[in-house]
Write a protein that binds this ligand. Structure first.
Ligand SMILES: [Zn+2]
Length: 276
């Protein structure tokens, strides 16, 4: 008859504690964006990451609970899921295609060696845990170099990362270290998601400011600014720039270069002028 001893119980606990971070991720997205949070691409990337990680991790821990040992294939699947989730997190934290591509290359290289590399690297887990910790630090790094001001999520994330790293790698509390590591993922994923969502709002407000500037300074037609040619200049027909600027009505506007750059002093100047 199947008996569930202490290690088996801990593995069941490990499987169960993989679920709450998904909800803390959703809670952070809701806290920042409100009801429409699920329309955010950052939120979708972060949630998709957890949907990738949960099945593989849960399967790996349940296999150990019922079989009494880990499966190398399930551990590899678990770590592959984590590496893909890291790429999705890199996108959410940076919204940079180039940065996401670099993170993807690092993750793909680790996966390639883990699945097809030398036999000892396919079996031993420690080097993969350290590599994943490095990739995690990489996707967190935009909090330092892509934010306008100090990101308040840095402190709680830093504390969770240090404590989680000790629990996952050094296991100071024996078998209870791993479920504690999973529990640390609850505040960790909350603050990572919060940072990504606040950053997304910042990018949207920047884009909104640019859009307002465009409408104010130029003729806004869909997504394009209408650039007028000489023949389009009002009341001039084929008038050249010099003649146009001699016009008393236009003398307040500034010079032709200012007009082209959209820096003319008259804020309701209707169009960008080209070669007028
Ligand atoms: Zn685990």
């Amino acid at each position: 008859m199947w008996a569930c001893g202490i290690y088996c119980q801990v593995e069941l606990l490990n499987a169960l504690t993989m679920l709450p971070p998904l909800f803390s991720t959703a809670a952070a997205c809701y806290a920042v964006r409100g009801k429409g949070w699920w329309r955010s691409s950052s939120a979708l990337a972060l949630i998709a990451g957890w949907f990738l990680m949960i099945p593989f991790s849960t399967a790996s821990h349940l296999h150990c609970a019922f079989q009494g040992h880990y499966s190398h294939i399930l551990i590899r699947l678990d770590q592959t899921g984590i590496s893909v989730a890291c790429v999705l997190a890199a996108w959410a934290m940076s919204k940079s295609t180039r940065f996401t591509a670099i993170t993807a290359m690092a993750s793909f290289s680790m996966d390639l060696i883990m699945w097809l590399g030398p036999a000892d690297l396919r079996v031993h887990v420690a080097w993969r845990c350290l590599t994943l910790a490095g990739i995690v630090l990489a996707y967190l790094s935009p909090m330092f170099w892509m934010r306008d001001s100090y990101d308040e999520s840095i402190t709680p994330i830093g504390l969770c990362f240090i404590a989680g790293f000790c629990m996952a790698i050094q296991a100071p509390l024996g078998p209870y270290s791993h479920p504690l590591f999973h529990l640390l993922l609850i505040p960790y994923s909350y603050y990572v998601s919060r940072s990504a969502m606040v950053f997304e709002l910042l990018l949207e407000s920047r884009a909104g400011a640019d859009r307002e500037w465009t409408i104010e300074e130029g003729s806004f037609d869909g997504d394009e600014i209408k650039i007028l040619e000489t023949g389009d200049c009002w009341n001039t027909g084929h008038t050249k720039a010099d003649e146009l600027l001699k016009d008393a009505e236009l003398s307040d506007v500034g010079d032709a270069r200012d007009i082209e750059l959209g820096t003319a002093s008259q804020s309701n100047f209707p169009v960008f002028l080209k070669s007028c």
